[in-house]
Design a protein around this ligand. Sequence first.
Ligand SMILES: Cc1cc2nc3c(=O)[nH]c(=O)nc-3n(C[C@H](O)[C@H](O)[C@H](O)COP(=O)(O)OP(=O)(O)OC[C@H]3O[C@@H](n4cnc5c(N)ncnc54)[C@H](O)[C@@H]3O)c2cc1C
Length: 475
Amino acid sequence: MNAALLWLRQDLRLADNPALTAAIKTGLPVVPVYVWDVPGEGAWPLGAADRVWLHDSLTALSGDLQTLHSRLILRRGDSLGELVQLAQQTGATQIHCNARYEPDAMRQQDAVRSALATQGIELVIHKGGTLIWEPDSLQTGSGNPYQVYTPFFKRCLDNLPAIHPLSAPSHLSSPAQWPDSLTVADLALLPNIPWDKEMRAFWQPGERQAQALLQSFIADKQDGYGTQRDIPAVDGTSRLSAYLKHGEISPRQIWQAVADTERASGKHFLREIAWREFAYHVLFHFPHTPQQPLKPKFNELPWTLDETLFSAWCKGETGYPIVDAGMRQLWHLGWMHNRVRMIVGSFLTKDLMISWYDGARWFWDTLVDADLAQNSLNWQWVGGCGADAQPFFRIFNPITQSQKFDPDGTYIRRWVPELAKLSAKYIHAPWDAPPLTLLDAGVQLGKTYPHPIVDHAEARNKALALYKGMGQPVS
Ligand SMILES: Cc1cc2nc3c(=O)[nH]c(=O)nc-3n(C[C@H](O)[C@H](O)[C@H](O)COP(=O)(O)OP(=O)(O)OC[C@H]3O[C@@H](n4cnc5c(N)ncnc54)[C@H](O)[C@@H]3O)c2cc1C
């Protein structure tokens, strides 16, 4: 028997999959493989919400492969060991995969490539399936990596490659005998206590749904994206992030579909797609940033992990309705609106003086779109310590942000139902409501809904003083 192995990782799709296309081009039977290798992921193994997503995503891919009379071979354990064994069982001398760019994933793919080579097996790592612009292909005029988004984006547009996403195969040739496989359930990705019911009812992972979401975004949301994307009560964004994370859709597919509309509104959205590329550019060139701030000065800031405050933030019990709404949306759906991610991030790092890193870890475990590049960049953005970051002294006021972006309180009412009966006037800051108004709305502060865990004005002054103590200007 002789076959080409396809090592799938964060590229769980059939269309625009350069590694799959290359495996097919060998003319050999193709054996698609996914190895669940927790230690292989290094310091950031998939979080709990992402594992649930992965379960449903592997199920969807397995079904799609079956319609092509193919299979998804599932293994559990050390990636190298499983690949070597599969190569021996199928007689494969070539394994194809798509490049990954997270530091541990890069280390792993390089180590696997070297070790396979000693056994006469070639690991072919394909580019173009994960990112549009290779992180080492763009540099500033002085030859350095970019740390500011606007010139990065300009350079991207000046160097826009021809984008022709690859088609999905209509047929996959199978080996005469399939190697053994586990089932998706054998990977034990789902939690023992079923906290994931609402999340799983909300999302439908898989390539088909990713394409459906992209088409509905283009038809119904693209033209309003510029104004609606900041309003958390409105379903105004693409909701494609988790599909991108797991590779159920490629950035090239999105770019081409939106650019092909030739509508001016597409530019705003493609700018966000390029933010994803920027995040990978920064991670590639500064691989320490998931752990350490890009601006080392921020190591001096006395961020402290107060467990009581942190737990209130995680549970959505801070007493600040917009913060609590966001944290509960995250807990229920594994996803939070971008505007609210910024508000809860600012609140954690500046009002509670808890490190961006602790926030990033919590998001890592609870997001279905947890992506090392984007999570690190964005947490350092809110914490003021990363590339093109919001200056530390710009501290979001959770009340005015709430009044501005959720003016009638619809988002808060959805996620903090105990405040649902408060009017728009008081829902953003219930402690300002007269006692009778609270009584009428069934709100008892300290009983049905918490008092604010910190005073924002005081917390802000304290944060600014600490920042000044680092010798930094506060305006
Ligand atoms: C503290 C914090 C942590 C974040 N962590 C993650 C994360 O782990 N994974 C993740 O995918 N996004 C993360 N984001 C970015 C952003 O919130 C999400 O990408 C977005 O909310 C996903 O929803 P959407 O697909 O509907 O976005 P859309 O508005 O439809 O955007 C389309 C795509 O553009 C990209 N994009 C949008 N906004 C950003 C951004 N600010 N930075 C980088 N790329 C962006 C994403 O790939 C997104 O799917 C984080 C933001 C913050 C403030």
